[in-house]
Design a protein. Sequence first.
Length: 293
Amino acid sequence: MIDWSPDRAAVDRALARICDHAASHFPPNLLEAIRYSLAGGGKRFRALLLLAAYRAAGGRADASTLAAAVEVVHAYSLIHDDLPCMDDDDVRRGRPTVHRAFNERVATTAGVAMVPLAAHTAFTGALEVGLTPFEAAAVAREVMIASGAGGMIGGQLLDLESEGTSLDLDGLERIHRGKTGALIRASTLVGGMAAQATGDQLHALAEFGEAIGLAFQIADDVLDITQTTERLGKTAGRDLDLNKVTYPALLGLESAAERAEKLVDDAGGVLAHVGLLTRELETLARFVVERES
């Protein structure tokens, strides 16, 4: 059993420092909403992936600030996902969503403010592990590509536009390679970049992240049907309420779970081929399909 608590604690401390440093630049109510979104618990899965990829590729410095950057992006995406004009949800991680705890204007602007905050954090975190400014800029660029129109934002729009329509598997996976998979892919890729991995290793880390990103979404779709709101920390059955196309709807529950398992197995094989399949990365990949929330 791997004890992830030291990594989670380091990332939480980095997130607190980020908010403390922003205090002189942000309006108080905006900063409070950002703190609220970042302190909401959660798995820190993307941050753990980045740290595990960094160590697998030979990194030895403290990469917690860099790992915190992907959590800032993830938290901003959850704020916007939950807005009334998006998925319109009231509960996230067992607490009121940001627009319910504050209001829609504060939540919307907090999410927008977190994008440049994440870029600055990624750049700073890359410098902290010893990268040059040029290399750090490349790291920040990858984080922003994942969060932009070709990644999360574009995937979210496609997801919203698909409500009430019919999709095939290719169309569904196009959505989720962006909405869910892009940041997970960036987490593993950036971890490798920070450790100055080889080209083959970076390619494998990106493939690994993309595969487990899709598996993560499939597992989410399954859990939305099979688990309770209390267990999930968010509203169960929301996909059905919004008339979304999901993996279980297309494939059935059993086949969807089998596809997620295959994606995880294939992802591990890609990393094993380049000598990067550590126990940490294998454990995180298995967690994707074994989790219950």
